[in-house]
Ligand binder design. Sequence first.
Ligand SMILES: NC(=O)c1ccc[n+]([C@@H]2O[C@H](COP(=O)([O-])OP(=O)(O)OC[C@H]3O[C@@H](n4cnc5c(N)ncnc54)[C@H](O)[C@@H]3O)[C@@H](O)[C@H]2O)c1
Ligand SMILES: [Zn+2]
Length: 369
Amino acid sequence: MNTLRVELGERSYPIYVGSGLLGRADLAQPHAPGDQVMVVTNETVAPLYLDIAVAAFSELQTDSLVLPDGEEYKSLEVLERIFDALLQRRHSRQTTLVALGGGVIGDLTGFAAATYQRGVSFIQIPTTLLAQVDSSVGGKTGVNHALGKNMIGAFHQPRCVIADTATLSTLEDRQLRAGIAEVIKYGLIRAPAFFAWLEEHMDELLDRQPDALAHAIRISCANKAEVVAADELEAGQRALLNLGHTFGHAIETGLGYGVWLHGEAVAAGMALAAELSSRQGWLGGSDVRRVASLLAHAGLPVAAPAALEPDQMLELMAVDKKVVAGRIRLVLLKAIGEAVVTDAFDPGLLRSVLDDCRQPASLSRAGNP
Ligand SMILES: NC(=O)c1ccc[n+]([C@@H]2O[C@H](COP(=O)([O-])OP(=O)(O)OC[C@H]3O[C@@H](n4cnc5c(N)ncnc54)[C@H](O)[C@@H]3O)[C@@H](O)[C@H]2O)c1
Ligand SMILES: [Zn+2]
């Protein structure tokens, strides 16, 4: 097992990464300060891992709640079901919420923990690659609104993150690839050597070789932990973690939540950001090709879906948390491993990228031509 730390003063916490951690009371229980625990999961994950996760809290009153599965359930209505369960089972302010699942369960449960009785403890037990490398670390929690992704939420740090890499064995290939998109993101924004490592070892990751996966998860979490420690509330550099996300969120909202996976939409968004960076004259042509070819090698999309018109994309991109005074700000690349947040791009070039980089109409899913 490896232990990383997110350094946030008295709110610092460990990230445990390893195989077979799920049932370990010695890791989980010390981070539940009261005598009650509510494990929140979904109907896909529950039959696989709920019993063993609950066993790690055997000395406490442990309740569980099984929600429907899907991005479309990351909503205020479903959040209310968590509050219903907490109140029905008389959970006090000393309770601990445990998120067992992917990023959807993590974001929902974290937001419930941020707001139930003005804030209670919570533990992240991420079971998708995406959640293990990204969403479980850093304290961003929230739900979607029909008009915009993640528009309602709060910063609320977990007490610990328990990333059991063995749980990835049951993940669908498409979900694994979506997680790889966020892994590639770290290479692109701040870790050029890691990007080169990914170019060398992508097949091993796709084959789920344990050493390769563990390395990718460790490096990703270490990068995320450093960024969050330096800028918890996203006053500056944390925004770089949004590379590809303004485009990606527009795709997710525009197609309807869950049609393209979050990681797929982010992959297309990173390819579009690289292309815009190149048309702006900031990124060399060979680097743009490296970005697109690594994403394609991972089986991820590198263009926007045909179903979304460029006008619609632009309109959706204007509903973004990075918009300041009506101007879209984007994360763009100066090099592989160097990103900037900027509104100093030519809007005409953005429009040309949206016009030119669309998948053929024959490709209705988030595949690769
Ligand atoms: N808070 C953050 O900082 C942050 C960062 C990145 C993404 N996100 C959010 O995370 C969400 C995406 O997360 P995700 O990709 O994990 O999606 P997800 O939570 O929908 O999980 C993907 C699918 O895998 C299933 N699953 C989970 N674990 C499994 C396992 N071990 N075996 C088999 N199936 C399993 C889930 O039930 C679901 O069907 C989006 O809502 C995105 O906005 C948040
Ligand atoms: Zn993301």
